[in-house]
Design a protein around this ligand. Structure first.
Ligand SMILES: NC(=O)c1ccc[n+]([C@@H]2O[C@H](COP(=O)([O-])OP(=O)(O)OC[C@H]3O[C@@H](n4cnc5c(N)ncnc54)[C@H](O)[C@@H]3O)[C@@H](O)[C@H]2O)c1
Length: 259
């Protein structure tokens, strides 16, 4: 039996075939799970997400427009899931946003209020907001994951306000784990190494980060979205049944180094 057989869940964050969420989708499907998806509102975004899903062999996806910055759109997405399926088993939060003008080396101290609060809202608060809507649908227990990066715990040049938002995301995960654990809902974060995705390209000096990790990380390579997908499948499946409130590093070992 496959580890995710009979498990259904919502994956938020597929944008194109390079997205971390696309790698997660591929692994979930490979291990027997079923995925529901959202896309940012707009025909162009929908087309892009459909294209990415086709590359995973998903030709007729369950798809719902949802800007996570809108409570109404989140309510509508989870209400539709409740109506059509009743329950889900997992949630994947694989989204983040910050104005790229402020993701450059030397540009943290002046971060404007609106840029700071938007980064925190979309990249951290929405994890709690989605968990709050997903938990009532997890009557049989469940598993949630969100995606973080090393810049949550160490100052990484160029990562700036996104590092602050990721620190909040990791703290949010611990509080969710504490409150949802008694309902047998597990909450974990994958701290992924750098991957060449659309969002990552917004971070100033990202190419240098990739080169550095390849030279210095114990495994001497950058990770792939497949690596993230396989770790996600473990956490979302009963194989991870005793794990909650954790940060799992999928980073070629970089975070264990004292560089
Ligand atoms: N790429 C990396 O190097 C890396 C490393 C560690 C963690 N991460 C994290 O992985 C996650 C996925 O990013 P990615 O690298 O796959 O990039 P990506 O650009 O492929 O995905 C980002 C996703 O965020 C979504 N998004 C942005 N604003 C949104 C909103 N208001 N409502 C709904 N969705 C919204 C986009 O539609 C997109 O699907 C993010 O949390 C990112 O911080 C990425």
């Amino acid at each position: 039996m496959k580890i995710l057989e009979g498990k259904r869940g919502l994956v938020v964050g597929v944008m194109n075939d390079r997205s971390a969420a696309t790698g997660i989708t591929q692994s979930v499907l490979k291990h027997g799970g079923q995925c529901l998806f959202t896309h940012l509102p707009g025909e162009k975004n929908e087309r892009r997400v459909r294209g990415a899903l086709e590359s995973c062999g998903v030709t007729d996806p369950w798809l719902q427009p949802m800007d996570a910055g809108s409570d109404e759109q989140m309510d509508a997405a989870f209400a539709r899931i409740a109506r059509e399926f009743g329950t889900i088993d997992f949630l994947v939060h694989s989204i983040a946003f910050a104005d790229k003008e402020w993701l450059k080396e030397g540009m943290f101290t002046g971060t404007p209020r609106q840029v700071f609060t938007q980064a925190m809202d979309i990249s951290a608060f929405t994890y709690a907001a989605m968990a709050n809507r997903a938990a009532p649908l997890m009557a049989n227990g469940g598993s949630m994951i969100a995606l973080s990066y090393y810049g949550a715990e160490k100052a990484v040049p160029g990562y700036n306000v996104m590092g602050v938002a990721k620190a909040a995301l990791e703290a949010t995960n611990r509080y969710l784990a504490m409150e949802l654990g008694p309902k047998n809902i597990r909450c974990n974060v994958i701290s992924a190494g750098p991957m060449r995705t659309l969002s990552a390209m917004a971070v100033g000096g990202f190419g240098q980060i990739l080169d550095w990790v390849e030279k210095k990380a114990p495994l001497r390579r950058n990770i792939t979205t497949d690596d993230v997908g396989e770790a996600a499948a473990f956490l979302l499946s009963p194989m991870g049944n005793g794990v909650t409130g954790e940060v799992l590093y999928v980073d070629s070992g970089y975070a264990c180094m004292g560089l």
